[in-house]
Ligand binder design. Sequence first.
Ligand SMILES: [Zn+2]
Length: 470
Amino acid sequence: MLLCAAATAASARGQATEVLCGMRTGDAAATLRVAAGGDPLAASAVDVGEGFEVRAVALSGAGDADLVDRAVVTVLDRADASRRVVLSQSRLPTAGREALDSQAAWRPNLSGWQRVYSPALGRELAWGCALVLKGSTPANWDRVDATDIDDSQAPAGQKAARTGSATVRLAWMGDVMLADGPGRSIARGRDPFAAVMTVMKAADLRIANLECVIATGGTRVAKPWTFRAHPRVLAVLRRHVDVVSLANNHSGDFGPAAFAQMLGRLERAGLPYFGGGADLRVAHRPAIIERQGLRIALLGYNEMFPRLFEAGPGSPGIAWADEEQIVADIRAARAEADVVIPYMHWGQEHSETAHARQRALARLMIRAGADAVVGTHPHVRQDTELIDGKPVIYSLGNFVFDGFSDADNNTGSILWMTVTAQGVSDWHLQSVHIDPSGAPQIDRADAARPARQIAVNQSASDPPAAGDSR
Ligand SMILES: [Zn+2]
């Protein structure tokens, strides 16, 4: 799905439209004609590949409307029959009617191809939805390949031409959650970042994933964990962090009004953000930070449900990890920046190894022109990989976060990364231990060792970086 305007006002051309979804896993495929409805769990199910079940409803614009405006797709993993897990919910803006007029060049225009990975099944389901004229099936529907994203135009030549001698040191933090324990610390005048402040000052640019909303008010979304921090945390955050990603499964915990309030507060505090914004277009725009003349583009994407937090053409929210959109965003960022790095919110919680979906998406991003890929969300650190010589650090783990009792959840990494006009020249991981109040402490044994510089031409089969092994 390329950035698209909201469904244009329902035109009066006569023929009604509907949503068609195609699903594939392995050799199995199925098609679902989406009915109007309100509850995606109450819709009739389509089984795909003995393990996945898909239900979908069309929301606004459903029924006799000329143009369907929104659909919700719910994918369930049936590997465990006693426990059905909602893996993904989607709110999908349509591309508008004009796409219907060019059947010759037809491809799924509504959602792009989405993927859900089942750790239990060890495979993924891909689905793509499209707006079609009611009752019709596009002629080439069954030839559409779920892996047809074109990555043949990676701008390698453009990279070789990059010049300049600036050397910029980035420090990446994992998940920073400033509600609950850390929020209470700040209310009592303490600073959860205090123990790492001296170390972090060596960085030219400090980047964090802000895993909460900072607002007053809003409406709590019905989900197991919700995090809302008091606006007093902003001064502390601004002191230690130069730019934040909003692309995660908690920035929308108190609805779009609280999210929008946070955007205003960040702007007034002079704290740039990425991976979210006032609308879909802004959410997919990189934060471009300049240091020593080097332009660094940061993009952020979430793929942990609910997708309800996604920005719409006219509504605030986060950027979703839609593959076609990511490729387009990275290529666009390449044209305006020297260095392009996506910060992902992905992966299986508490799993120390990245799964196949993360690896495939990382490869896609590197081939599209990313200089590195950094990730977080699983609450533990995950492995690292080199793809075409570019580092992929799948998860940095928690950074400021309380409420965990296991040691691996209370261990995180600072990712030190040196970038030049040629991309990432070296990187290493430095361990932190998180105390019961959620505050990171420097691992003294780790700090005593000389910082390990890892050349990016290290073989992908080499052992993971020093700070990454336990
Ligand atoms: Zn998360």
